[in-house]
Design a protein around this ligand. Structure first.
Ligand code: UGA
Length: 438
């Protein structure tokens, strides 16, 4: 099939590239000329395991191309995926201006039947809005070209995006007619049919928000449980094991930590709350999920302050700046809240991350006393404490002897419960983690 994919962020790029891998002819479109030029050379503007390799293979095979010209890309395409960003507006609602602009361009330039597939995370009813925007442009042209709109939310995780696309738990498709259902069935024929769940369009749009909101809720819930464990001398890791082994609960997304970040959970929780509010519904649970997460992002700073009394003049080594491992994405990353707290309190920071140092510097601006170092042990050198914020593999089994000899005082704050409290004690560290009685 011939496909156009509009928007080359995580979702668009991974969708386009993986669908090309299955033999489809795919044009990925973006308005950003520099990005399109780089992608045409096989260079991906962010770090995502496995993505560059598939892009290069498919470019070579001639099944994949990149363009800034949406009308031309649409010419041959049977389907057009909308995968543009839907950032938060000031009130928390999703900004649909990019979605609208793509829909209008489709309406202005299509010459024959198209199936428009909305993959961006969009509030319930957006497919109707897309249909109206396309129809309005066709009406201006006095054209009556048939088209359908389908919803096909994406559930991939950054850092595991390619695998999630190729081996999904499920694919959700929202359709309102047999014609679009048949095309979507053919598109996903590389998956076992029971993995492709068809439903009405609004339920499909809602599924995406409900799934992300549920996962975010589990995390904030566990962060609150962790706070209680800490006060009462229980160990949240043991509690997690005891809870997760119940098949009704499961283990996933029950890890307490220093808060969730990224471009999805914070934004989607806000957007769901906002579009429910516009219907007169206050989502109280999600309000709490957000508040608990905001508080959690400052939990490490609170522990540092309690340990040192005053942070002025202290030097803190930080490991991990991206919002989670295996990505260079730093959007709403807990490390930024910590660095900002430390800088405001007059502490110095020596920060390390395998992929996200430039991105963090760009996001925070040049803060006084914040140094980015290329070796993880340079972050520890002469520091008063080490703080682990993001659990990249290289931080999981570090050389603790070396850390002890480099630190000015042997103190570790572990924001992701990666180390064993008993082992840390044996190695002579003062050790703080999340929800484990310290
Ligand atoms: C999330 C969802 O997991 C995907 O299914 C979804 O497609 C995606 O959002 C999206 O809407 O596009 P992602 O934001 O890439 O994916 O990252 P996650 O792996 O879900 O992690 C999100 C945050 O939660 C990270 O900061 C992570 O450290 C934190 N987290 C995760 C915890 O604090 N505890 C956990 O147990 C799990």
């Amino acid at each position: 099939m011939k496909l156009a994919v509009v928007g080359t962020g995580y979702v668009g790029l991974v969708t386009g590239v993986c669908l090309a891998k299955f033999g489809n002819d795919v044009v990925c479109v973006d308005t950003n000329t520099q990005k399109i030029e780089a992608l045409s050379r096989g260079t991906v503007p962010f770090y995502e395991p496995g993505l560059e390799e598939i892009i290069r293979n498919n470019l070579e095979a001639g099944r994949l191309s990149f363009s800034t010209d949406l009308p031309s890309a649409l010419d041959d395409a049977l389907m057009c995926f909308i995968t543009v960003g839907t950032p938060s507006l000031e009130d928390g609602s999703a900004d649909l201006s990019a979605v609208r602009s793509v829909a209008e361009t489709i309406g202005r330039s299509m010459k024959e039947y198209k199936l428009v597939v909305v993959k961006s995370t969009v509030p319930v009813s957006t497919c109707d809005f897309v249909r109206q925007a396309v129809a309005a442009e066709l009406a201006k042209r006095r054209e009556d070209i048939p088209f359908d709109v389908a919803s096909n939310p994406e559930f991939l995780r950054e850092g595991a995006a390619v695998r999630d696309f190729l081996e999904p738990d499920r694919v959700v498709v929202g359709v309102d007619c047999d014609r679009s259902a048949d095309i979507m069935k053919e598109l996903y024929s590389f998956l076992p049919p029971e993995k492709v769940i068809f439903m009405d369009i609004r339920s499909s749009e809602m599924t995406k928000y409900a799934a992300n909101a549920m996962l975010a809720t589990r995390i904030s819930f566990m962060n609150e449980i962790a706070a209680v464990c800490e006060r009462l001398g229980a160990d949240v890791e043991k509690v997690r094991m005891g809870m997760g082994s119940d098949s009704r609960i499961g283990y996933a997304f029950l890890s307490a930590g220093c808060g969730f970040g990224g471009s999805c959970f914070p934004k989607d929780v806000r957007a769901l709350k906002e579009f429910a509010r516009k219907e007169g519904l206050e989502m109280q649970i999600l309000q709490a999920v957000e508040e608990v997460n905001e508080r959690q992002k400052h939990v490490l700073f609170g522990k540092l302050l309690r340990h040192f009394g005053c942070m002025k003049g202290k030097t803190i080594g930080i490991w991990g700046l991206s919002f989670k491992p295996k990505t260079s994405d730093v959007r709403e990353a807990p490390a930024q809240a910590l660095i900002a707290d430390l800088a405001a309190a007059g502490a110095k920071v020596q920060a390390h991350d395998p992929k996200a140092m430039d991105e963090t510097r760009e996001a925070l601006g040049d803060l006084q006393g914040v140094l980015y170092v290329n070796n993880q042990y340079d972050a520890v050198n002469g520091a008063d404490a080490l703080v682990l914020v993001t659990e990249w593999d290289i931080y999981k089994q570090p050389d603790f002897k070396k850390i002890r000899s480099l630190l000015a005082s042997p103190v570790i704050f572990d924001g992701r419960n990666q180390y064993s409290p008993a082992e840390m004690k044996r190695q002579g560290f003062v050790y703080y983690s999340i929800g484990r009685g310290t």
